[in-house]
Design a protein around this ligand. Structure first.
Ligand SMILES: *Cc1c(COP(=O)(O)O)cnc(C)c1O
Length: 301
């Protein structure tokens, strides 16, 4: 692991006493990016200890988790099976860049309908997968489980106790739960969900052991993977001004939200904000291919 590349990068905002520091977890590893590395670390150890030969998991077509699991499988000697949401994807003869990458790492896919995908935690469904693929170490969607949360508790370092606010994007809630558990009482953890849905609060409560957190639900841009032109221009501006790339699914939405809340005067003056760059940059190529088909402005790389 390339841990020594991770660093905190402070950016200054014009006409404001508020300071934002970006924790560059995106630099953790070229393929197992950001929080996906944290979430896989103890799960890979457990799968080894269990003598599992295969790892099976779930995700959407652009999933950073799918890409990370595929690469980790290749690196650490596991067969990997990805159960992918969206039957129609198997009918197209061309896989998107994320799935192409996963396939090149040796991952096998099973494409299922959105309806079947909802049954993914149901025992009968999992038993059928065992008869199809043999025994496997099961990683839930997004890789979130107790061991993933334990890994995410390692994101915060002792020197990070000086921050008043810690911000992160939220998908399944594993990352924010780790941050909450590792935070100090005087800190407030703000999660920016990348999707719509009220289930997240409850999911986070299953893993989090403190109450110093809140979800900011105004910056999902219409839902998971939904992208608007103002988000693209924000991401391009951010790259130009600070030389930090953001992804359009998670980190772009979070930083758009933080900037907007600063403009709205929500943070007290002199606040010190730590924003976790959870990675996800592998998804940009696939999103750009889609934006190009729709003749929309692209994310500059
Ligand atoms: C998966 C992912 C998230 C969401 O993490 P959860 O633990 O599922 O909430 C956030 N950012 C990036 C870049 C991701 O890939």
């Amino acid at each position: 692991m390339l841990q020594n590349l991770i660093h905190n990068q402070t950016i200054s905002i014009q006409n404001s006493s508020i300071e934002i520091t970006i924790k560059r977890e995106d630099l953790i590893h070229p393929f197992i990016s950001g929080n996906k590395y944290r979430k896989l670390k103890y799960n890979i150890q457990q799968a080894k200890a269990d003598h599992s030969k295969s790892i099976l998991t779930f995700g959407g077509a652009f999933s950073n988790h799918i890409a990370a699991v595929a690469f980790a499988g290749k690196e650490y000697g596991f067969n990997t099976i990805g159960i992918i949401r969206g039957e129609e994807l198997s009918l197209k003869n061309e896989l998107n860049p994320t799935l192409q990458f996963a396939q090149s790492c040796g991952m096998r896919f099973k494409f299922i309908s959105r309806g079947d995908y909802r049954a993914k935690t149901n025992q009968e469904f999992l038993d059928n997968l065992k008869s199809e693929f043999g025994d496997f170490y099961l990683l839930p969607e997004g890789g979130t489980n107790d061991l993933a949360v334990k890994g995410c508790e390692e994101i915060l370092q002792t020197e990070d106790s000086k921050f008043n606010y810690i911000c992160c994007p939220v998908g399944t809630g594993g990352t924010i739960s780790g941050l909450i558990n590792a935070s100090e009482n005087h800190q407030k953890i703000l999660g920016f969900p990348a999707l719509k849905g009220d289930f997240l609060q409850e999911d986070i409560r299953k893993f989090a052991n403190q109450d110093n957190w809140k979800l900011i639900t105004d910056y999902h841009f219409g839902g998971y993977g939904k992208i608007k032109p103002e988000l693209i221009s924000f991401i391009n501006m951010f790259k130009k001004d600070y030389n930090i790339p953001l992804d359009p699914i998670y980190t772009g939405k979070m930083l758009f939200g933080i900037f907007d809340l600063i403009t709205l005067g929500v943070f007290p003056s002199d606040s010190k904000i730590l924003a976790i760059h959870t990675g996800g940059l592998q998804g940009i190529a696939g999103v750009n291919a889609m934006l190009k088909r729709k003749k929309c402005p692209l994310i500059e790389v």
